[in-house]
Design a protein around this ligand. Structure first.
Ligand code: SAM
Ligand code: SF4
Length: 387
């Protein structure tokens, strides 16, 4: 059993407290609580500078730090039927529908990205199941590529029939988010009328339809659901799924992230280990976002910790994101986005789209710097970037 002390747990910056105490931020007023329009990103640029000729010539997406992109996350919408407290404020404003990539544009981007070496694609949002043309998008990607195709959903609309239709259209697997097993808390966190039982039925539907391996995500927030780590871990044992705990990141639309609400992966693991001993898996892919553990007693399922704040995995990052309104974000925390929707709509050919993806990738920053003193939260929240 690994001990918590072996996990690197730097103190993250508090938005209002410790950050303001640093030399860099001294004297700055505390940021006001704001609810920003999701579609007003910081700095959208038309086209990145050309990457070096020998990089363009390789026909793959490689950044200036030597990382090769294999994993594309593409957001189908910034809308959602939940308003999770750590993600989306109730009054958030969404992109107009004509700003969203069409299904055909999504499929085309995936095809071009696959020709540049992308092997995994995750359809995300917002809530991707709100897209009326979801099945057409899945079918289109499947018809034109051989990528591993996954989707992440809040499972509020996930019946067995949905899961079957997704599988028959060509989806390979599903990740489902659930942050509490208690009705009252689930309602408080998601500000929705969905219940934990609805979500559990969604997990069962995906398993029954072999959309596997099913992964389940939870974000723990101090004082809200941080006492549920072991209960949520029990889902891994009950369903044989991978239960992943994601550290709360400063990517909420209300910009209310605060270090005091953040729960480290190490603390979460300790809480789980008080009920179930865990054994670190040795076969994690280098680019895996999660540190994965098995149950020491051989129970089915596994536990993953995604610790972008306490143990950043930027050095091995092989991901690129495209927002629902067609902007390439080389990093979750990018301050700059590259517009790819305009060239798509202006008749750019596949070679030009590929060039734009290669050039945008070249600009990928070395790391997110969440724990560094000068860190600034991006204006785009997770739901608009595509988690
Ligand atoms: N609506 C879908 C869902 O909730 O699964 C897909 C989109 S959601 C943005 C993708 C993942 O991002 C979810 O697992 C959610 O819990 C996570 N997420 C959202 N905001 C986050 C934040 N501020 N910190 C960490 N994870 C976050
Ligand atoms: Fe919606 Fe997912 Fe964000 Fe919750 S985490 S508000 S379900 S996009």
């Amino acid at each position: 059993m690994m001990k918590a002390s072996r996990m690197n747990t730097p103190t993250p910056p508090g938005r209002n407290a410790s950050r303001a105490d640093t030399a860099t931020n001294a004297g700055r007023p505390a940021p006001a609580r704001v609810s920003l329009p999701q579609y007003a990103p910081a700095a959208v640029r038309e086209a990145p500078a050309p990457s070096p000729a020998h990089i363009r010539g390789q026909r793959r997406m490689i950044d200036s730090h030597g990382r090769v992109i294999r994993d594309l996350r593409i957001s189908l919408t910034d809308r959602c039927n939940f308003r999770c407290v750590y993600c989306m404020e109730p009054d958030v404003r969404f992109a107009p529908s004509d700003a969203l990539l069409t299904g055909a544009e999504v499929v085309r981007l995936v095809r071009v990205a696959a020709s540049l070496g992308v092997r995994k694609v995750r359809l995300t949002g917002g809530e991707p199941t709100l897209r009326p043309d979801l099945l057409e998008i899945i079918r289109g990607v499947r018809a034109e590529t051989t990528v591993e195709l996954a989707m992440i959903t809040n499972a509020s609309r996930l019946s067995r029939e949905d899961a079957r239709a997704w599988r028959e259209a060509g989806l390979d697997r599903v990740t489902i988010s659930i942050d509490s097993l208690r009705d009252d808390r689930f309602a408080r966190i998601t500000r929705s009328t969905t219940t934990p039982d609805d979500v559990l039925r969604g997990i069962e539907a995906c398993i029954a339809e072999r959309l596997t391996p099913v992964k389940v995500n939870a974000v723990l927030i101090r004082g809200l659901n941080d006492d549920e780590a072991a209960d949520l871990a029990g889902l891994a044992r009950r369903y044989g799924v991978e239960m992943r705990f994601i550290e709360y990141m400063p990517l909420d639309s209300g910009h209310a992230w605060d270090a005091s609400k953040w729960v480290s992966a190490a603390e979460t693991r300790d809480a789980i280990e008080r009920r179930h001993s865990l054994v670190r898996r040795v076969d994690d892919a280098r680019s895996s976002t999660a540190q994965n553990y098995d149950f020491a007693d051989g129970a089915p399922g596994r536990i993953g910790f995604i610790a972008p704040v306490s143990s950043p995995f930027c050095g091995a990052c092989n991901r690129l994101r495209i927002t629902a309104d067609g902007k390439v974000r080389p990093c979750l925390f990018s301050a700059t986005e590259w517009d790819i929707r305009t060239p798509l709509r202006d008749g750019a050919d596949d070679a030009r789209i590929a060039e734009l993806l290669i050039d945008a990738t070249w600009t990928k920053q070395a790391g997110h710097g969440i724990a560094s003193p000068g860190f600034e939260q991006p204006l785009r929240p997770m739901s608009a970037i595509g988690g």
